[in-house]
Design a binder for this molecule. Structure first.
Ligand SMILES: *Cc1c(COP(=O)(O)O)cnc(C)c1O
Length: 417
């Protein structure tokens, strides 16, 4: 990646700033995940992590489908693939979204409340169709201590576990609803395979119990996403093989069941193949602390500021120095990496010891393929957007060539993950 960036910089005069996606790496990573999943399991990509059209096109032939949370996301998926399976969840679905979901032939709707159940039945009745749903459960306990919790604590997500019997009873009565199982997405960025496996086992236990009590023909148990990235120690990542080995044992206990076990991962799928590269514009010392200011910042890459954590980076040396005056540099010191916005919150990494860093060198942030560009406030301060570049085996494509269209680059997502 370092030499790619050096040669890209050599072709450009303006300060360098780009997202780079390594598509062969993405394909290889996803193929590896799929190869280790036991047979009843299916892998969906939760596109809110990164809904870039080129990434969706790259993933579509590999994954079992996409998970979406809005009509806009349904349309993004349908723009790249007319037939791929779609799971549609998220709180507060509107009538328009439900109609859109039926129109776009969504495979499963994840219903998050009793009101949604009634509304969906009403709309499906008007259209003369039966909609297959999973009930999204907000579990009362057993949710691992991940970075963000959507369940196991009071949140706007899902149906309180204590109301689940009322929801099943209602679903059974509604003529245009077919209940096909349960959905349990409960957390984000869990880095521990063992607690993740325990969570999945807990979900299986609940689904099995409710299935038996209510004589439901369960086709799907969706255990959600939430598999994490260890941004603090990038050499030490989530042990997917361990999760799969534990899952295999748990599945053996439910051998009689005909469940499809659905995973809908976002971060874990695209994070590692995305990079954010930004040139150093200035280096200074204020109140005894070193700062480097980059071309770019949290308006492109909001994740570190959102979580108030330092994001891992390396320094790509750029030897060319076009000016007659001395190049500012810092060596062996603690440096805080700031963006170009006029707010002290625009920090990407704080007090990181760097070997040598010069104005004009490029910082390369790894694990920037998920919840990065898609959650950022792109137009705050009206600086230029970064380039979006897609690395293939033998070429690097700009966004227009890669996607056949660049409309997604202009689409601001406001998911604040
Ligand atoms: C965000 C989300 C996901 C994906 O979460 P990751 O932490 O990126 O794996 C999956 N399912 C639902 C319902 C979500 O809201």
């Amino acid at each position: 990646m370092e030499t790619i960036i050096q040669s890209l910089k050599a072709e450009r005069e303006k300060p360098f700033c780009a997202y780079l996606y390594d598509l062969p790496k993405l394909r290889q990573h996803v193929s590896q995940l799929l190869a280790t999943m036991p047979p009843p399991c299916q892998l969906f990509y939760a596109i809110k992590a990164n809904s870039d059209a080129t990434l969706l096109k790259t993933l579509a032939p590999l994954v079992h489908g996409f998970e979406v949370a809005s009509l806009g996301e349904i349309e993004k998926v349908r723009a790249v693939d007319k037939n791929i399976a779609i799971l549609f969840g998220g709180p507060g679905k509107t009538r328009e979204e439900m109609e859109g979901a039926i129109h776009h032939r969504v495979q499963l709707l994840h219903v998050e409340s009793l009101h949604e159940l009634q509304l969906l039945n009403h709309i499906a009745g008007q259209k003369g169709v039966v909609v297959t749903i999973l009930l999204r459960v907000n579990l009362r306990d057993a949710v691992p201590n991940a970075k963000l919790k959507m369940a196991g604590v009071p949140t706007q997500f899902g149906i309180d576990e204590s109301d689940i019997h009322a929801a099943i009873a209602l679903a059974n009565q509604l003529p245009n609803i077919k209940l096909a199982g349960f959905h349990f997405h409960a957390m984000s960025n869990n880095c521990d395979a063992r607690t993740h496996a325990e969570f999945v086992e807990h979900c299986f236990g609940k689904a099995d119990k409710w299935g038996t009590e209510w004589d439901i023909d369960i086709t799907y148990v969706n255990v959600g996403g939430g598999v994490g990235i260890n941004y603090k120690d990038i050499e030490n990542q989530f042990d997917w093989a361990d999760l799969m080995a534990r899952l295999e044992k748990t599945l053996a206990k439910y051998q009689g069941s005909n469940w499809n076990v659905l995973f809908e991962c976002g971060r874990f799928i695209t994070s590692s193949s995305g990079y954010y590269a930004a040139e150093i514009l200035d280096i200074k010392k204020n109140h005894g602390h070193h700062f480097c200011v980059i071309r770019g910042g949290s308006h492109h890459f909001r994740l570190p500021a959102a979580w108030k954590q330092s994001h891992p980076f390396t320094i790509v040396p750029i030897e060319n120095w076009p000016y007659p005056f001395v190049r500012q540099e810092v060596s062996g010191a603690l440096v805080t990496v700031a963006g170009e916005l006029c707010t002290p919150n625009d920090i990407l990494a704080r007090d990181i010891r760097v070997p040598k860093m010069r104005v004009g060198d490029i910082l390369l942030f790894s694990y920037a393929g998920a919840y990065a560009w898609s959650i950022s406030h792109h137009d705050f301060l009206s600086h230029p957007h970064p380039e979006h570049l897609y690395i293939e085996e033998d070429s690097i494509l700009g966004e227009e060539k890669a996607a056949g269209t660049n409309i997604w680059a202009l689409h601001d997502s406001i998911n604040l993950v």
